[in-house]
Design a protein around this ligand. Structure first.
Ligand code: GDP
Ligand code: ZN
Length: 329
């Protein structure tokens, strides 16, 4: 008989599929493999599938349900132009921004926001390590994200501040955590799962082509519903070519774009052009320097990506715009 289940593990051509009552080790029907032979990782953690039960432990996957979202990163090496899907149907991405040690970079948060939105995943910003500083340091950034309709949570895994709030945000959702290393991802996951939560699986081991290392992901089921997918792809996850990216940059910086309509030149770069409305708005304090800087950086990196293929980790440093260029004409 046929069942519907969730892929919680992928290993070569075997997949662990979870139903409400059981976990089945499944093969994939030949016709489905054939249909997807050009796609790497065509079946990933988070996929909902229809499978036929063989016995109490085994099954065969017939169909993949349409995905709500895709969490992916740019491919590596010869695959650098191909996106590599890491997980699907992720509802939200928790962007961990450490207030100190290491201090977060606002631009990097914005970059994650755009990337998540591009994958149809809701971004949530988590300012961690609040025990090391006070709110005044992050107030402007918090307001900035709230104004854009992005949820914000402030946490400390030391004092446990904000942990309950974060748990509430994770309830009944499939979440991924992103952030630079040292920001506190492991500590936060530990604080959330405590002892009561089952680690469903040390999930998909897949071979990371460029590096020839085997990496693995873990799925944590939360006691009140929902799960966290902890995948190794997170570190490289950022902003990369997609059709939709443009829109999402604009979407994230709509206030800036609105003002830019008043620049004298339609293709104004808001750097040294005369009668630049962005520059004026900055001088009048109508928009924040932080946002303009972040926007220009994103646009700037987009340009270089759209032009020639430029892997970011190839020692090529993208031209960074200095805000002083904008303010001091
Ligand atoms: P990951 O690399 O993102 O997984 O970060 P870890 O969870 O390993 O944390 C990196 C370091 O930050 C460790 O030394 C943690 O003890 C520390 N850390 C994590 N959360 C907090 C916090 O809320 N406050 C402070 N002061 N340190 C923290
Ligand atoms: Zn301008």
């Amino acid at each position: 008989s046929m069942f519907k289940g969730l892929v919680i593990n992928s290993q070569k051509n075997k997949f662990r599929v979870k139903t409400s009552s059981n976990i089945f080790l499944c093969d994939v029907k030949g016709s489905l493999i054939k249909k997807n032979q050009n796609i790497k990782n065509f079946l990933v953690v988070g996929d909902e599938v229809i499978f036929e039960q063989i016995d109490n432990e085994r099954g065969v996957i017939y169909e993949i349900e349409k995905r709500k979202s895709e969490f992916y990163r740019k491919g590596i090496g010869s695959d650098s132009k191909q996106k590599q899907i890491i997980a699907s149907n992720v509802d939200q991405g928790i962007i961990i921004a450490s207030i100190r040690n290491p201090t977060y970079k606002a631009n990097l948060i914005d970059r994650y926001v755009v990337a998540l939105k591009t994958g149809n995943i809701e971004p949530i910003v988590c300012f961690n390590k609040i025990d090391l500083d006070n709110y005044s340091k992050i107030q402007e950034d918090i307001e900035n994200y709230l104004k854009k309709g992005i949820k914000v949570v402030v946490t400390s895994t030391f004092t446990k501040e904000g942990i309950d709030e974060l748990k509430m945000l994770l309830k009944n959702k499939i979440s991924v955590f992103s952030g630079v290393s040292g920001a506190g991802k492991s500590s936060l996951i530990n604080a959330i799962i405590g002892e009561n939560t089952a680690v469903t699986s040390e999930v998909s081991s897949y071979v990371d082509k460029g590096k020839h290392t085997t990496t693995s992901s873990t799925i944590y089921e939360l006691e009140n519903g929902g799960m966290i997918i902890d995948t190794p792809g997170m570190k490289e996850f950022g902003l990369f070519e997609t059709e939709a990216k443009d829109n999402f940059i604009e979407d994230s910086f709509s206030d800036i774009l609105e003002i830019a309509k008043n620049c004298r030149y339609r293709n104004c770069n808001h750097i040294k052009e005369p009668n630049c409305a962005i520059k004026e708005a900055l001088e009048n304090g109508e928009i924040s320097e932080r946002n303009v800087k972040s926007y220009l950086k994103l646009k700037n990196s987009e340009k270089s990506w759209n032009g020639i293929a430029r892997p970011r980790n190839n020692g090529i440093i993208q031209k960074e715009l200095d805000i002083s260029d904008i303010l001091n004409d």
